[in-house]
Ligand binder design. Sequence first.
Ligand SMILES: C[S@@+](CC[C@H](N)C(=O)[O-])C[C@H]1O[C@@H](n2cnc3c(N)ncnc32)[C@H](O)[C@@H]1O
Length: 263
Amino acid sequence: MSLTSPASEYDSFADIYAVWTDTAASTHANLPFYVNAYAEADGPVVELGVGDGRIAVQAAVEGHAVIGVDLSGAMLDLCRRRAVDAGVLDQLTLMRADFRTFELESPAALIALPYHSIGHLPTLEDKRRAMAHVFSQLRPGGRFIFDDFLMTPDLVAHMRRVQLRAEYRTAAGADALLWVASLVNEQEQTIRVVTWEDELDADGLLVRRRHRRLSLSWLEPAQARDLLTQAGFDIEACYGDFSRTPFSDATAHEQVWLARRPA
Ligand SMILES: C[S@@+](CC[C@H](N)C(=O)[O-])C[C@H]1O[C@@H](n2cnc3c(N)ncnc32)[C@H](O)[C@@H]1O
């Protein structure tokens, strides 16, 4: 497997994933949004890129079964452990598979792809393939929900800046700082997230620095609309945030798409 495949990137990201999501503003807003969507679904719910089960396990705790799909074995292990700790492992079905090729036993009522994860599919062609595949795995009338970055000049500038993301203790008890900065290529619509974890001794001296990298990309809203339409979806809504504010260029922080396979 290549060093930049999503599975290998997330295998090395797994042990900082909880710190990463706890310190990201959008995770606090997207969690209740997706848990509510899973609760409203009338039939099988699938989360693509289930990760450590941050959303799926919360939905399971609230009584909703979820099928979680992910390519990273380390992330699926975290998800399983989180479900065991919460006593809801029986509510989860975990599959190691790709967004573009997963096969369900029965068609889904809802397929969700939360937290900008569509951006792990590098090209427009990969995203087109994934949307067509999602469409094929939904039952007629079933829903597809995903969100993506809304890349504004302010967000690009913010991502490029070096930021101190968190101060915490590692699992081994070390005093640690997590830093991040991203290489953003506006023409290619790609983001290379570089994060580094500094472990410090009692005097604040650096004893270990570990870098991790993630490859991301984004869709412009018009591209997302075109891909959904080409795949055969009816677009129900596009929100500009997780409070369901209708999308507007002037006020949106995210793109949150709700689409339906025609009945
Ligand atoms: C940003 S995390 C999202 C995790 C979780 N949904 C959340 O909201 O916290 C993206 C996840 O997608 C997985 N992933 C990335 N590309 C994938 C692909 N092509 N097929 C399956 N899983 C993929 C990664 O391993 C990772 O666990």
